[in-house]
Each structure stands twice: as C-alpha cells, then as structure tokens.
Design a protein around this ligand. Structure first.
Ligand SMILES: Nc1ncnc2c1ncn2[C@@H]1O[C@H](COP(=O)(O)OP(=O)(O)O)[C@@H](O)[C@H]1O
Ligand SMILES: [Mg+2]
Length: 269
C-alpha cells in the first residue's frame, strides 16, 4: 500500500434528489479514497451519477448524507469556499460554457489570478499566461486579441487546461473533457492530464464513460453504476478481470474508434 496522503475520502456518501416517493439517490452510499498524485477515473454509463459526484467533490453541491473529506478535513468545515475552489479546479465537457463570449481569451486567462490571495504584477501575469499556453502547445501570439468563438472546441479545451496550469490547483476534476473534441485532440488532452500530474504533482479525477480512455490514463478506476461504486482497483486488474457486470458492459460499450485505447501500452506513471 502506498503511504501517500489521501486527497478525498468518502464514506457512505449520498446525494438524493426529490422527496418521499419521488426521492432518487443519484449518488447512493459510495465509499472510496483518492490518493495524492494519482489520476483516479470515475467511469460509468451516462446518467449513473458521475457529474453529481464530481460536483460534491468540487463543493458545488452538498451531500444528503455520509462523509466527505478533503485533505483530511470534512469538506464543509469552516474554510473559505474560495480556498477550496483554488485548490480544486474543474474542467467540464463544454469548454465554451466556461468562457464569456464577450471578452478576449487572454483577458479571461488573466482573470484566473483573482483566485490568488496576492495578485502578481501585470508583467508576471503575462509571463505566466504565456508559459501556460506553451504547456498546452499554443503559441501565445496565436490567441492575442482572439475571442472564444474564433477557436475550435479542441483549442478551447486546451484554454481551459491552460487556466489549470496558471492556477496550479492541487486537484483537477476533469468531467468528460474529451467528449466534445476530435480524436487527435482527445489524445492530447489525456497527455496534458498526465503532464499536469507529472510536472505539477497534481491529483486528477478524470470522469468518463469510456473505460478505454480511463484505462490508458489512470492509476486507479472507480466503476459507477446507478449511483453506486460497483468495483474499484488498478486499471489492469479492473479491465482484464472485471468483477462487476457493469464493468463488463462498459468494456463492451467502448466505441470501435476508441477500442484500441485498451490495447495500448499504458504510459508509465
Ligand atoms: N439537479 C438535479 N435534480 C434532480 N435530478 C438530478 C439533478 N442532477 C442530476 N440528477 C439526476 O441524477 C442522475 C445522475 O446524473 P449525472 O450525475 O448527471 O449523470 P452522469 O453520470 O451522466 O454524469 C440522473 O438521473 C439525473 O437525472
Ligand atoms: Mg455527466
């Protein structure tokens, strides 16, 4: 067992929507631990509760019951929510929804510094933005004066990741970041996630319905089905010897164009 400290720890965590006979547990008594410096993937079919769980980790929503701790303290402990937002950042499926259409991309990357306790000088902000853009293979001059609508979905997803490189959170929650981009952007987004882990020692929670992608990129898999975690473990074990029928179903459901991810040599951690 690794002795790395735990970033998240959940015990019997639930989020129920509705009341009485209408009540439905979108997250239904899940228990898990995510270690520091890992890429942990939450994998499950559409509607199984992945995003509801991700929002609990982000502190954008509150559990109905159970316990959730972040870095050893209850997530709702008397700590400034902004502190949590700086430590735990998100990248979502639709990168355009995260940017305002009326401001240039550079101005919006600069707004990331609002989360900092002390805002750096103009020159330092520009330098950090340039460095973050280069980290996601964008030539800084290329986006100067540009607005979100002038970029492709894949480029915008890289802008969101550039924002992550600027803020350097301890944890990144990436909820289906590859589902709206083409195959080549998909591969590079996974590579950036692995780079964030490697270079910034970031912990990453990668949420996806595609167990092939999760297998390729992660250190551990949490398989979700109807609000519950039905299986968890190292990617090799979970994909080669699945124990839960939901896991076998996910392997069958990998779209043919992505099937080769499961056969790929996994990148060394
Ligand atoms: N705000 C909400 N109110 C009621 N039901 C919700 C709400 N958010 C999510 N749900 C339900 O919770 C279930 C899980 O949704 P979600 O976490 O978005 O699934 P996914 O795994 O596709 O991300 C779905 O049945 C969804 O309809
Ligand atoms: Mg979702």
């Amino acid at each position: 067992m690794s002795t790395e400290p735990l970033v998240f720890e959940a015990r019997a965590l639930s989020r129920v929507f509705g009341q009485g006979r209408q009540a439905k547990a979108a997250v239904d008594g899940v228990s898990f631990a995510i270690q520091k410096g890992q890429i942990a993937s939450i994998v499950g079919e559409s509607g199984c509760g992945k995003t509801v769980l991700a929002r609990l980790l982000l502190r954008l929503d509150t559990p109905t019951s159970g316990e959730l701790s972040f870095e050893g303290r209850p997530i709702d402990a008397a700590r400034d929510p902004r502190e949590h937002f700086r430590r735990v950042q998100a990248v979502f499926q639709d990168p355009f929804s995260a940017f305002n259409q009326f401001f240039t991309i550079r101005a919006q990357l600069a707004s990331a510094f609002r989360l900092f306790p002390v805002r750096p000088s103009r020159a330092e902000m520009d330098e950090r933005i340039d460095r973050a853009l280069l980290a996601v293979n964008i030539e800084p001059r290329e986006i100067d004066g540009k607005y979100p609508f002038e970029l492709s979905g894949g480029q915008m997803q890289r802008m969101l990741l550039a924002r992550v490189f600027i803020i350097e959170p301890r944890v990144l929650i990436a909820d289906e970041p590859t589902s709206m981009v083409d195959a080549s952007s998909r591969a590079s987004i996974l590579d950036y996630l692995m780079k964030l882990k490697r270079e910034l020692d970031m912990t990453i929670v990668f949420v996806t319905h595609d167990i092939g992608l999760a297998y390729y990129a992660s250190d551990s898999l949490l398989i979700m089905h109807q609000g519950q975690i039905v299986e968890q473990g190292p990617p090799e074990r979970v994909t080669k010897q699945p124990q839960a029928s939901a896991t076998r179903q996910l392997i069958e459901d990998i779209p043919d164009v992505n099937r080769d991810w499961l056969a790929r040599e996994r990148k060394p951690a």
